[in-house]
Design a binder for this molecule. Structure first.
Ligand code: HEC
Ligand code: HEC
Length: 200
């Protein structure tokens, strides 16, 4: 578990991404979010409904990629298709900048046994099934990287849904990396991983 001062040091060590906050993008982003994203994702991206992914503290480049993927039809969602149709690249940059600078939150998992199964797969993968460890790409703390999503603290239902979409090849904007991973997980393992990630 990372405490705040440690997290701050980590962020500074990563090139001071927070230090480079752009005030114009922040205020344009906030305006767009309050007008167009708020209802589903919340005003700071800490969405309270498990149907909608948390975007607070998500990595900027990853957010930008997803918005472009929705716009170009490489990733589909009934809700997001409508949202991005009326936005341009400048708008995407502003909302991605804004959400990436909001404080992330994490949930609490009550299921210790399930969590332990999830933790094992997250850290070690499953060599028998040729499954790579999640942490190889998403990092020890689940924070991802500039281009890889932060998955720590995410809603359980959203994580499970995305893993299933990758497995069914209905989410196809990942260069098949996650499709290959999800194919090697059964639904109990997906559940366990989601349960672990929620509290990470
Ligand atoms: C009507 C509800 C709704 C509104 C309004 C909405 N979203 Fe979403 N958003 C969703 C849903 C549902 C998903 C998950 C889609 C899926 O299942 O793949 C999503 C997913 C996303 C993702 C992908 C997150 C990830 O972790 O991959 C981004 C980025 C995003 N929304 C940004 C926005 C922004 C920016 C706005 C405002 C400009 C916005 N959304 C407005 C419902 C909404
Ligand atoms: C080889 C690298 C790699 C490994 C290993 C990996 N992932 Fe991913 N994962 C990715 C990439 C890349 C994406 C983003 C794809 C995109 O651009 O939409 C992603 C996306 C995701 C998402 C969607 C996040 C969101 O906000 O929509 C989830 C959930 C996820 N991974 C979970 C896992 C889990 C659980 C494991 C381990 C079982 C795992 N990943 C292993 C590369 C990896």
């Amino acid at each position: 578990m990372i405490k705040w001062p440690a997290l701050l040091l980590l962020l500074l060590a990563q090139g001071g991404a927070w230090a480079e906050e752009n005030p114009e993008l922040m205020s344009r982003g906030e305006e767009l979010v309050m007008g167009r994203c708020f209802l589903c994702h919340g005003g700071t991206g800490d969405s309270s409904s498990p149907l909608y992914p948390k975007l607070a503290g998500q990595n900027e480049q990853y957010l930008l990629k997803q918005l472009n993927n929705f716009k170009q039809g490489q990733r589909d969602s009934n809700d997001m298709r409508k949202v991005v149709a009326e936005m341009d690249e400048q708008d995407f940059r502003a909302v991605a900048h804004f959400f990436s600078r909001q404080a992330p939150s994490r949930g609490k998992s009550a299921y210790a046994e399930m969590r332990a199964v999830g933790e094992k797969i997250y850290k070690e993968g499953n060599p028998e099934k040729g499954l790579k460890a999640c942490r190889d790409c998403h990092g020890d703390d689940g924070g991802g990287s500039a281009t890889l999503p932060k998955i720590a603290g995410q809603h359980t239902l959203y994580v499970e849904t995305q893993l299933a979409l990758f497995e069914e090849r209905k989410r196809t904007n990942d260069n098949a990396l996650m499709q290959d991973i999800a194919m090697r997980l059964d639904s109990d393992e997906m559940r366990a991983l989601a349960e672990y990630l929620r509290g990470l």
